[in-house]
Design a protein around this ligand. Sequence first.
Ligand code: UD1
Ligand code: CA
Length: 456
Amino acid sequence: MQIGSVILAAGMSKRMKSAVPKVIHPILGKPLLTYSIKTAQAVSSLPPVVVVGHASDLVMQAITTEVSYAYQKEQLGTAHAVMMAKDLLKGNVDYVVVTSADMPLIRKETLELLIKAQLHNDGPMSMMSIIGDDSRGFGRIIRSKTGNATAIVEEKAATPQQLRIKEYNAGIYCFQSDWLWQALEKVDKSAVGEYYLTDLLQIAVETDQAVKVIPLPDAEEAIGINNRIHLAEVEKILRRRLNEAFMLEGVTMIDPERIYIEEGVKIGQDTVIYPESYIRGNSTIGKNCEIGPGTIIDDSTIGNDCRVLKSVMEGAVLEDHVEMGPFCRLRSGAHLASHVHMGNFGEVKKSYLGEGTKMGHFSYIGDAQIGKDVNIGAGTITCNYDGQKKNKTVIGDGTFIGSDTMLVAPITIGSNAVTGAGAVVTKDIADGEKVVGVPAHVINNKKEEGQVNNND
Ligand code: UD1
Ligand code: CA
């Protein structure tokens, strides 16, 4: 038995008031269409058929998973949209599940329930309804005296009496494939000039065929997105679901409503996330970490046992046992090896800080390769930009950089070297050398403890 799926995504969505097509507005960092694709993929082994039309190029560019596309040149209604998928599915599948791209909350369990109902239905279609007080502009389901569904009336066309009906069409269907394609031919234009998919219910009933209407177990799933208020509402629900999944996997969240994590992020057990933390893009966090409060992590990798307090990371890597913050910024290419300590107001870009290196306060390190156990004194700056290009700084293991040192790159400083407070270093320093002054000059070839400022 083969199941095919169709996702309707061709509509214009004027109410978003946006230059961007509605279905690719991001929710938790992913185009909202990807949620219905993922759900459809879960119930079918064939790629879902996405019906595109309005701004189809932009929509197709935004989707990276495997789907098939059907093109609906003019948006002539939901029945017409499904018809566009006929060539891709007819003869290849037994059943066709139809959903809409603007309803990302539908769960795979719901589609499974619908498919199961249709498998036990002698008639040609099953569909989901919503029962409740909030009509949200949905079509009303008309039932006969015996309780069978007989028609769907769109809100625009409903009589005052029909408007009082509290059972609505969720817009989620499962059809017998052969029946669907020939029934679609029978749909007439509605009063507003559109071909309505909802007419299929009446077409089935008119030929005495059974239609199953199953109420959605959780009406929340039917929330669709028509404007940006709905977008925020849906995002909040998806965020809650994702955060709950993290918690069930062993991540502690302090006030999860104030934690913003995107789909696809990975977090290890016993990590604690504090409020106002954003973890986005291709980011991975290890075990036993403490993240936040007030931290932004984009496209970054963090090892185990790290602490990142009130800081920003973009395209950066932390190995294990790294401590940073508050108020640090790691930019692209920053790599802090294990046991690095980075205190307040530091910035690191495109640089490697070796194991155990300490950078306690107010420093800028850019385009640098720094060894192990280096002490970077308060206010140290790599002067990496000469007005034309970026230049590299290299510092060997065990070196002590005194407070307020300016390292004028390109420059290489050996291992176990020392710079005095306020030194402006313009020439390379050999292993074990000590330099002071402006410009810095060598005063002594041995590192002597206690002669330089230490900011620990
Ligand atoms: C539709 C149903 C309504 C149901 C509601 C549930 C119809 C006629 N009405 O109304 O009974 O309560 O869904 O959400 O089906 N689309 C196309 N091409 C078109 C027209 C629409 O691809 O020519 C797409 C839209 O982009 C959207 C989906 O189909 O993703 C639903 O269309 P929309 O116009 O939003 O229908 P509703 O008014 O929500
Ligand atoms: Ca809709």
